[in-house]
Design a protein around this ligand. Structure first.
Ligand SMILES: *[C@@H]1O[C@H](CO)[C@@H](O)[C@H](O)[C@H]1NC(C)=O
Ligand SMILES: *[C@@H]1O[C@H](CO)[C@@H](O)[C@H](O)[C@H]1NC(C)=O
Ligand SMILES: *[C@@H]1O[C@H](CO)[C@@H](O)[C@H](O)[C@H]1NC(C)=O
Ligand SMILES: *[C@@H]1O[C@H](CO)[C@@H](O)[C@H](O)[C@H]1NC(C)=O
Ligand SMILES: *[C@@H]1O[C@H](CO)[C@@H](O)[C@H](O)[C@H]1NC(C)=O
Ligand SMILES: *[C@@H]1O[C@H](CO)[C@@H](O)[C@H](O)[C@H]1NC(C)=O
Ligand SMILES: *[C@@H]1O[C@H](CO)[C@@H](O)[C@H](O)[C@H]1NC(C)=O
Length: 625
């Protein structure tokens, strides 16, 4: 085919133009992840079968999950669990978060306030009925601490639990505040949406021990959010101006790191599948191809000057592309979206220049004509500040932030039968300052090196699409020669989707998705070095009814498997080999030192090689006729 021939030629050009990203995961870093996976235990999987069907009300709820590495917490020390929030998100919950007061735990066993070894949150959700995937976010004192999306529930009930390390938010947990949970849900009987989300959020505080002492965390956390007492606190961004927070840091600040939460929503949910504007006219409008290209950059600006960028990992939610792919095994990040760090310490000379207020802007740039993005992105963050004992001074000695390098190519075969596009982007960024602080005089550096390529092929007027995307980068910072932050990542994604029969009566659609998340992260505060390697493959198909206007899924199949490996600096490991098929679990094997902190799904949920019966809905019941 012409397109693939051209692709071969242009790929060579691209590779000669772009140098490799330095500081990527080394062979030594990858080895323990891969060898750990190879050392899977050999005991046989139990293959019990229980009659769990979507429309069968007689069985226990389905356990859904997103694989995660459990937080590393001290063994043997004291700890206490505190229920922070309990709420049912049903009628009227859209844009109406549950807000409850937060008080630091004072009970015996909780450990000294603010001196904990670790804090973990356990988010436990239950839903029965029919519902889309809904986005939720948890904030403490107007600072986002968790971005989560729901499972799509079943009519027999679905539960999902996720545990997350939030130790780096210790300064917020050490003070009174408001805990806000947003889980904007819509109950609409006319749309058959009746799934309410029942949520319990628990925090566990671990006292410091000899082997796990109090880690270094910020002294002060400054939210980058809209600060509303009643509305979801993330910024809703649909233009190129982004969202500004005015801040004022204490003059003795010696380090400042920004943590970012970001997710595309609505016409930006599948931003990586969006089409470059120049090629949108190659498709009939009825195909619903979305423009503004597949590349997105989330930017942090200090007083209007670019300070760092995030090239986000594409989290696929449980209703994403083909919903039957993600039940019961969700895509990585669905229940706990990855966050990203940017070191703005080199900007301290500016931020501490004596002016009362400075601005930090969070914005998202895409590839369209202004605005460069569609509507919309949800973005928020926080600045984690460490303080010294005297005024910090200094000057920026290097600011090398050349423009983003990008280009878009494309071609079509005769009659636009097949269309091909390719987007290549790279960015280099290097910022350095000399700081005079109460801890001494030092050079602080922040560098980023990032590469992106997205190749899309289309057939059948755009109803069939193949996308192969690669996002590779290294973000790092040093303070006085010591590495403070390192984030070396690689996020390959291949999506094949076929919507050829989408508009047919009793039509169908399906997809085949390969997604990998490989990331070595040394966060600047609160935790040690860890590396993660997740490889997921999902394929599935949905059959639809013939309702005018609304398209309901009436049946479906889905098979998803995943290999997951986690290794950290303390020698803790977590490995998982898991597979789900047709609404049921096929296998789940977990090993490594952290196994018991996030064990396999209960054995009576394992269906065996054929998986579950698949998603099936009685049409008569659905239409209410
Ligand atoms: C999280 O909470 C759920 C529901 O209360 C519980 O079943 C589960 O064991 C908890 N997980 C951890 C790791 O505490
Ligand atoms: C930030 O400060 C600028 C300049 O003083 C002001 O115009 C703007 O309204 C402030 N923005 C917010 C969100 O407070
Ligand atoms: C305050 O900001 C203004 C404009 O951004 C700058 O010209 C001035 O030097 C700053 N003031 C101090 C005390 O540094
Ligand atoms: C293919 O699409 C381009 C862009 O809209 C258009 O100019 C051209 O006429 C189309 N070719 C055919 C054969 O439809
Ligand atoms: C796209 O990804 C798939 C699955 O990883 C792979 O088999 C295929 O060769 C890739 N295609 C291109 C053009 O890179
Ligand atoms: C897309 O799906 C249709 C209907 O099942 C099928 O006929 C067609 O071959 C598929 N296209 C591709 C490229 O797989
Ligand atoms: C889904 O239902 C349609 C319409 O009844 C039927 O043609 C199709 O074979 C079904 N597919 C599956 C996977 O059961």
């Amino acid at each position: 085919m012409l397109a693939s021939k051209l692709a071969g030629i242009l790929l060579q050009v691209y590779l000669t133009v772009l140098p490799p990203v330095l500081g990527q995961l080394s062979a030594d870093e990858l080895a323990p992840l891969l060898s750990g996976l190879a050392e899977r235990p050999r005991d046989a999987d139990l293959e019990a079968r229980v009659p769990l069907m979507t429309d069968d009300p007689t069985v226990a709820p389905l356990v859904d999950l997103q694989v995660f590495a459990p937080p590393v917490v001290p063994e043997g020390g004291s700890h206490c669990a505190v229920e922070l929030s309990k709420h049912s998100f049903g009628v009227g919950s859209y844009g109406a978060p549950a807000v409850v007061p937060y008080i630091p735990p004072a009970a015996d066993g909780c450990g000294e306030i603010g001196k904990w070894a670790a804090i973990s949150l356990n988010l436990s959700s239950y839903s029965i009925g029919t519902q889309y995937d809904r986005l939720s976010a948890i904030y403490l004192s107007n600072t986002e601490i968790w971005r989560h999306s729901s499972a799509e529930p079943t009519r027999t009930g679905t539960i999902w639990n996720t545990v997350k390390d939030v130790t780096h938010f210790t300064p917020l947990f050490a003070q009174k505040g408001d805990l806000m949970m947003d889980f904007s849900n819509i109950i609409a009987p006319e749309l058959l949406l009746d799934g309410v989300f029942d949520v319990v959020l628990t925090a566990t505080f671990y006292a410091a021990t000899a082997s796990v002492p109090t880690p270094q965390t910020a002294d002060l956390i400054v939210p980058l959010s809209n600060l509303s007492p009643t509305l979801p606190n993330f910024f809703t961004i649909d233009n190129d101006l982004g969202a500004v927070t005015n801040i004022s840091l204490p003059e003795d600040s010696i380090e400042a790191f920004v943590e970012i939460f970001c997710s595309g929503n609505s016409a930006e949910e599948f931003w990586y599948l969006n089409t470059p504007d120049d090629f949108v006219p190659y498709f009939p409008a009825s195909t619903g191809v979305i423009g503004k290209g597949p590349f997105r950059e989330v930017q942090v600006l200090v007083d209007g000057k670019l300070a760092g960028v995030v090239w986000p990992y594409p989290v696929i939610y449980t209703g994403g592309i083909t919903p039957s792919n993600w039940r019961p095994l969700a895509s990585y990040g669905a229940y706990d979206a990855p966050t990203y760090w940017i070191d703005i310490t080199p900007f301290l000379p500016t931020l501490l220049d004596g002016n009362a207020s400075h601005s930090v802007t969070l914005r998202v740039l895409g590839q369209g004509k202004e605005p460069t993005i569609n509507s919309n992105w949800f973005v928020s963050g926080s600045i984690h500040v460490r303080r010294g004992s005297s005024r910090t001074t200094g000057r920026m000695t290097r600011y090398e932030v050349p423009d983003l390098q990008s280009r878009t190519l494309g071609a079509a075969t005769a009659g636009n039968e097949t269309v091909w596009t390719q987007v290549d982007v790279s960015r280099e960024l290097s910022i350095e300052s000399e700081l005079v602080t109460s801890e001494g005089t030092r050079t602080v550096t922040f560098t980023q090196s990032l590469r992106y390529t997205n190749e899309a092929r289309y057939a059948d007027e755009g109803w069939v699409q193949w996308v192969n995307q690669s996002t590779i980068g290294t973000t790092s910072s040093t303070h006085g020669g010591v590495t403070k932050l390192r984030d070396a990542f690689e996020y390959p994604l291949a999506v094949f989707s076929n919507y050829s029969l989408y508009t047919a009566e009793f039509g169908s659609y399906g997809s085949d998705i390969h997604q990998t998340h490989t990331r070595a992260l040394q966060p600047p505060l609160g935790a040690t070095y860890r590396s993660i390697h997740s490889v997921q493959h999902a394929q599935g198909q949905i059959g639809m009814d013939n309702w005018p206007g609304l398209r309901h899924a009436i049946n479906g199949t889905g098979t998803t498997d995943q290999l997951f490996a986690y290794v950290d600096e303390r020698g803790e490991t977590y490995f998982r080999d898991i597979m789900a098929k047709n609404d049921g679990w096929v296998r789940d094997k977990v090993w490594g030192t952290l196994r018991d902190r996030n064990p396999p799904v209960p054995r009576n949920q394992i269906f065996g090689p054929e998986g579950g019966p698949g998603f099936r809905r009685m049409i008569a019941w659905d239409t209410g006729s």
